[in-house]
Design a protein around this ligand. Structure first.
Ligand code: ZN
Ligand code: ZN
Length: 408
């Protein structure tokens, strides 16, 4: 279990390497109500590290499920002003932000996809200013996960103590099983950084993804795109790590220059519903066709959210030998699954993946090819036989990925 010494170590890692909490700074933690202990340890550790104030906000999928069941659709689109204000308060007062993402992947299985879609769209729209700031690294933020019983049961349905097994798996991906996790993380961040540096120096015009299940996709990269990895720099100049664990090197695709077909490599959990075995076709950056054996309605709602959800906002490279991929576990949680496989995201691009992007307007970013939307949803396309070729402006090419692993 994530308890005792391991949990203390985990909290320290997230606060120091993750959000890089500074003395005198405020912190907000979003945490599932059944994981009170985790929030308590994070809070205590944050105060010990000098936090000015720690706010904890609880999430509760049981209450959410009741709301989705009984509230009418119109009510679900109403977003309280205090919620929007409370998020903007974090930005205005330079808080750090930790989100504990531990949803039960099937929590809303029986709720009509349409109901969740209207709720989620209204929230994303109302909170766009905040999510834009987060995506532009206007505050230092970090997404982490701890196992809940419902989630663990989905991952390990046949285990006697699924929560314990999932805890051990997460501890491993967080490198908490090593002697000095902080040192391991520093080394890991450096390795990823070197790959990003190589890609930035080479400046490919586009990438070609191919595999045996039918992915054949040309992904043009945005003008002035920047490859990023684990270490990001916030607006205040301080480094932080936005996802823990993380294995990816990522940038912005060009919103008008994606052509071909992709096949999903793993299921995608979106708003407590599962989308699986899907394929998407693109022409000039836009989704022109899609199908899904499971969760078609949810995928359709997602793609139709706004004009930006029919285009891509992220392309990320991850080798098949990353600790998460090697574990062979399907986590049903994007934080882990996206780090086991090359992935793309539907929706908004991170402004930080464009040179000087934080100082550009949405219009200027769009002109460079960086997509805008109220959504950003990652999905996995990396299979064990995936090849990725990078093509430069002069037509020369470099094989970046061979059989699902880095080739550089
Ligand atoms: Zn990503
Ligand atoms: Zn993403």
């Amino acid at each position: 279990m994530l308890t005792g010494k391991v949990l203390n170590e985990y909290a320290k890692l997230v606060l120091k390497i993750g959000v890089n909490l500074q003395k005198g700074q405020g912190l907000e933690i979003i945490c599932p109500v059944e994981k009170r202990t985790v929030a308590h340890v994070l809070t205590k550790t944050a105060y010990q590290l000098g936090a000015k104030i720690v706010n904890v906000r609880w999430t509760d999928q049981t209450v959410d499920k009741m709301t989705f069941t009984y509230a009418d659709e119109k009510t679900l689109t109403e977003v309280p002003k205090w919620l929007v204000d409370s998020k903007n308060y974090l930005v205005e007062n330079n808080f750090c932000y930790i989100a504990v993402s531990s949803e039960d992947p099937s929590a809303f299985k029986k709720i009509p996809a349409q109901k969740i879609a209207v709720y989620s769209k209204a929230r994303s729209k109302a909170l766009k200013k905040f999510s834009d700031t987060v995506m532009a690294n206007g505050i230092r933020w970090c997404v982490i996960s701890v196992p809940t019983l419902a989630w663990a049961k989905q991952v390990f349905p046949n285990e006697k103590n699924p929560e314990k097994t999932l805890s051990l798996a997460i501890a491993k991906t967080m490198r908490l099983d090593t002697e000095n996790p902080t040192e391991e993380w520093t080394k890991h961040v450096e390795t990823l950084d070197k790959r990003a540096e190589f890609l930035n120096q080479t400046q490919f015009e586009y990438l070609i993804f191919e595999n045996s299940i039918g992915t054949d996709l040309k992904v043009g990269l945005a003008d002035d795109h920047v490859w990023l990895s684990a270490k990001e720099i916030a607006k205040d100049g301080l480094p932080f790590v936005a996802n823990m664990p993380t294995e990816e090197v990522f940038t912005a695709p060009h919103r008008l220059k994606v052509d071909g077909v992709l096949k999903s490599a793993m299921p995608l959990c979106e708003n407590g519903q599962i989308i699986d075995d899907f394929s998407i076709t693109f022409k000039d950056g836009k989704i022109t066709d899609f199908c899904a054996k499971k969760g078609y309605e949810t995928l359709k709602q997602l793609i139709n959210t706004d004009s930006g959800t029919a285009r891509l906002g992220e392309v990320a490279l991850i080798g098949k030998n990353s600790p998460i991929a090697k574990s062979g576990i399907l986590f049903y949680n994007t934080l882990f699954d996206e780090n086991a496989s090359c992935h793309l995201a539907i929706g908004k691009a991170y402004p930080t993946t464009i040179k000087n992007g934080n100082n550009l307007s949405v219009k200027e970013l769009l002109e460079k090819g960086a997509n805008d939307s109220v959504e950003h949803v990652d999905f996995m396309i990396g299979t064990k036989d995936l090849s990725v070729r990078g093509i430069k402006k002069d037509g020369t090419e470099i094989v970046l990925f061979k059989d699902g692993e880095w080739n550089i």
